[in-house]
Design a protein around this ligand. Structure first.
Ligand SMILES: Cc1ncc(COP(=O)(O)O)c(C=O)c1O
Length: 355
């Protein structure tokens, strides 16, 4: 096992791996044996350690619990075809975490700390990385304000934690999404581009309403006109219209998805025309009317590619044609799978391999 300098290691004496079904892990059901923790005190990250997974002691006055200074990442480590393990796009996730931290007035995580802690943690729990197609070890780094203080203020102390667990993809079957025209997820100048916890808590109520109406997820629209498609709950969104891949351009109200970015690179490489631009709800309706829209899908770490079967727009439902293996989204997914499992050469240098 590789030992990263400066990270204290306290392995568990009782592995729980026999209690987990790695061939059918679901999502979020199992936590691996270990976790990483580190503290930011007096302007420095310190006390980095890999320890057995377990409860943490937090003051009820910890500022994150009251004022929401809390950000996270969601990423995956894959079992490669030769048995080695690959953490996908480590650097891009690190950049996004730091961008979220900056927006929330929280201290940045040095690159060596982020990459070193993840490598160490994945290495010690390498047996938890499942083998089956469409499974992975989900990695959840997060940082929260842990200073215990009463009063609305920027915290001076933080805790950086990473937990992991085996997962399979969510939304494997085509989903139903509702274009949300009343509630908003993010506004211009807000925190939409940051992966901060409050964005998710605020999205629960409208999402629950959509679920009660028979949908799996909402498709958010812009906060000003409720006219332009932004993204879905935990995914960016992509459409194939007139054989072009069209996706909303990034802005301060849309998360810069790592899957979105990867699929765009692959699509362009495969000779597909890609347009990153505004997409109006009216344009979508017209594309359904003219039958020029052939695919719609979510793109995100948890789902990878989530086929959309139905889009609800203003009390009407619009249906996509039935999907088959020849759809562009599945070709893109296959290429992404091949790249991160080592079937295809890592020409984009997206893989961080643990030998
Ligand atoms: C709001 C939101 N948009 C998009 C995404 C997709 O991002 P990624 O591909 O980096 O997982 C996620 C998932 O993390 C998300 O939570």
């Amino acid at each position: 096992m590789e030992i990263i300098a400066g990270i204290k290691l306290k392995p568990t004496v009782h592995s729980r791996i026999d209690e987990a079904d790695l061939s059918d892990p679901g999502f979020g059901k199992y936590m691996s044996d270990h976790m990483f923790t580190c503290k930011f005190i007096d302007g420095e990250w310190m006390a980095a350690q890999v320890i057995p997974f377990g409860d943490m002691l937090i003051s009820p006055a910890a500022l994150a619990l009251h004022y929401g200074q809390s950000v996270f990442e969601g990423m995956k480590a894959f079992r490669m075809q030769d048995g080695r393990i690959n953490i996908f796009r480590l650097e891009k996730h690190w950049e996004r975490l730091n961008s979220s931290l900056h927006r929330m007035c929280m201290p940045k995580i040095p690159k060596e700390l982020f990459t070193g802690s993840l490598r160490q943690l994945v290495d010690i729990d390498r047996n938890w990385v499942p083998m089956k197609a469409d499974t992975a070890l989900y990695l959840r780094p997060f940082v929260f304000a842990s200073e215990a203080k009463m009063g609305v203020k920027v915290s001076e102390e933080y805790t950086f934690v990473i937990i992991t667990g085996p997962v399979e993809i969510i939304y494997a079957k085509p989903i139903r999404v509702k274009v949300e025209r009343e509630f908003i997820r993010a506004a211009k100048g807000g925190t939409g581009y940051a992966k901060c916890s409050g964005n998710y808590g605020a999205a629960f109520y409208p999402t629950q309403q959509a679920k009660a109406q028979g949908y799996d997820q909402v498709l958010w629209t812009d906060a000003t006109e409720h006219q332009y498609i932004e993204e879905s709950g935990m995914m960016n969104v992509m459409f194939i219209i007139n054989d072009k891949l069209i996706t909303p351009a990034l802005s301060d109200s849309i998360l810069d998805g790592v899957t979105r970015d990867s699929l765009i690179v692959l699509a362009r490489e495969m000779g597909l025309q890609v347009e990153e631009r505004k997409i109006g709800v009216d344009e979508l309706k017209l594309a359904f009317l003219n039958k020029t829209i052939t695919e719609a899908f979510g793109a995100g770490t948890a789902a990878v590619v989530a086929p959309i079967a139905t889009i609800g727009i203003d009390e009407r439902e619009y249906h996509l044609p039935a999907y088959s293996g020849s759809n562009i989204m599945f070709k893109l997914k296959s290429r992404l799978d091949a790249l991160r499992t080592g079937i295809e050469k890592d020409v984009f240098r997206w893989n961080s391999i643990i030998d």
